[in-house]
Design a protein around this ligand. Structure first.
Ligand code: HGY
Ligand code: MN
Ligand code: MN
Length: 429
């Protein structure tokens, strides 16, 4: 039984229905997109959602299926030393068109985040007329490795390797089981030392990414398509607070050095910081306590902090502001604190000319479109520092994402892919 059927039964929701009669007739034949989204969702699918983290069996199987699918529609497929998958038409020169997104997911994620961008681009490519396709020279859709960074805190890993960033310092990152990134890559036949060979952004003249909005703005505005203008900056930190494990009953309250009490205060204060200022978000999404006994005062508390801001000045101050809070709380609780940066991606404003082209292409399909910034990180924010880049958003029901309840109407998935196809056509005109 497929995951969607199970979830539908369990939660009484419609996660994947494709009402064929809703499909616009006589348009470019994109309806296979929704069938493909359902198929991809089966890799790593379980009752609680879809889990395809970096370098896992589930992601590997999904990538293999994607390559099989690409070959099946007559496209070339390849991988690079970072585990990125490319499906497209080879060509020479430096002005190729790159489309893409990712097929890795967060733990218990949904079926559209990343997947729509990859499969939508695949079908948009197929929908291009032969004359347009020929003009493209090189054209490819990239499924970038480890966009989510779930396992090693290595967010946007594949796209960073693709643009030639030096990732050397990530080699020794460990997952929860103590496996290093280098080991995890080796298990899949990849050598960390060869990552430099993935740098290939100079072969392309522009990058376009289709994605679900992952927020409520389009739905609330009644818009069918979003034209993305900018992406927030993201800062990820790994924090370790250390106190002293001791007996929960015999240690007087005022003598405890409770690491989790420090962590709990930090969670609250970071939340208050973000609540007090529009344009800032703060999230503590993972937490581990040692030694982890109900009658033991926590000696160590490890947690991640993800803070974001769209405004470059606000973003520049975030690191200092977060560390100040952590240090003060640690001092007050008698703890030591160690902070390690996991990722830092500056806010990015997209290429104005390409954003105009996306808007004109969207307007060809619907007047119900609007410009908006993205609060989520995307591979586009990495690639967009090197070549003109823009993004197309389609609505997320209820603004839900990073959840098995993520849902985007089949008609909206198709619409997004059509806007992508039209944009490619205009870029190449
Ligand atoms: O975290 C993000 O914004 C993205 O979904 N990886
Ligand atoms: Mn995501
Ligand atoms: Mn995504």
């Amino acid at each position: 039984v497929c995951i969607c059927a199970l979830l539908e039964r369990q939660y009484d929701v419609r996660l994947a229905g494709v009402a064929t009669e809703d499909r616009p007739a006589g348009r470019v034949p994109l309806s296979e997109l929704n069938t493909d989204l359902e198929t991809l969702a089966e890799f790593g699918g379980g009752v609680a959602g879809i889990t395809r983290v970096a370098w896992s069996d589930a992601l590997d199987s999904a990538n293999r299926w994607l390559m099989h699918r690409g070959r099946g529609v007559g496209l070339d497929v390849s991988t690079d030393p970072a585990g990125n998958v490319f499906v497209g038409r080879p060509g020479s020169g430096t002005q190729g068109v790159l489309l893409g997104s990712h097929v890795d997911t967060v733990p218990n994620g949904g079926r559209y985040d990343g997947a729509l961008g990859v499969l939508g681009a695949l079908h948009a490519m197929r929908a291009l007329g032969d004359d347009v396709a020929k003009r493209a020279g090189r054209i490819a859709v990239a499924a970038f490795m480890d966009e989510e960074g779930t396992r090693f805190g290595t967010d946007l890993f594949g796209s960073r390797a693709f643009v030639g960033d030096d990732l050397t310092e990530l080699a020794g990152r460990v997952d929860r089981e103590g496996v290093t990134l280098t080991e995890a890559m080796a298990e899949r036949g990849y050598a960390f030392a060869e990552l430099g060979g993935a740098a290939a952004v100079t072969e392309y003249g522009c990058y376009l990414e289709l994605h679900i909005e992952q927020g409520p703005v389009l739905e609330e505005a009644g818009a069918d398509v979003g034209i993305v203008t900018a992406i927030v900056g993201l800062l990820g930190l790994q924090v370790e607070m250390t106190g002293e494990a001791n007996h929960a009953g015999t240690t007087p309250m005022h003598l405890r050095r409770d690491a989790l009490a420090g962590g709990a205060r930090a969670i609250g204060e970071l939340r208050d910081l973000a609540l007090a200022e529009a344009g800032i978000t703060a999230n503590v999404g993972t937490i581990l306590v040692e030694p982890g006994g109900k009658n033991v005062v926590p000696g160590v508390c490890r947690f991640t902090v993800d803070v974001r801001a769209a405004n470059p000045e606000a973003f520049a101050q975030l690191d200092h502001r977060v560390r100040t809070i952590l240090l003060r709380i640690a001092g007050e609780e008698g703890l030591t604190v160690n902070v390690e940066e996991l990722y830092r991606l500056e806010p990015l404003t997209f290429d104005a000319g390409l954003v105009d082209v996306v808007e004109a292409s969207a307007m060809d399909e619907t007047t119900a479109c609007m410009r908006l910034p993205s609060g989520a990180g995307h591979d586009a924010m990495v690639v967009g520092r090197h070549i003109p880049t823009a993004m197309v958003f389609v609505p997320s029901r209820g603004g839900i994402s990073h959840s098995p309840f993520e849902y985007t109407e089949p008609a909206h998935c198709d619409l997004g892919a059509r806007v992508l196809a039209r944009t490619i056509g205009r870029v190449l005109a």
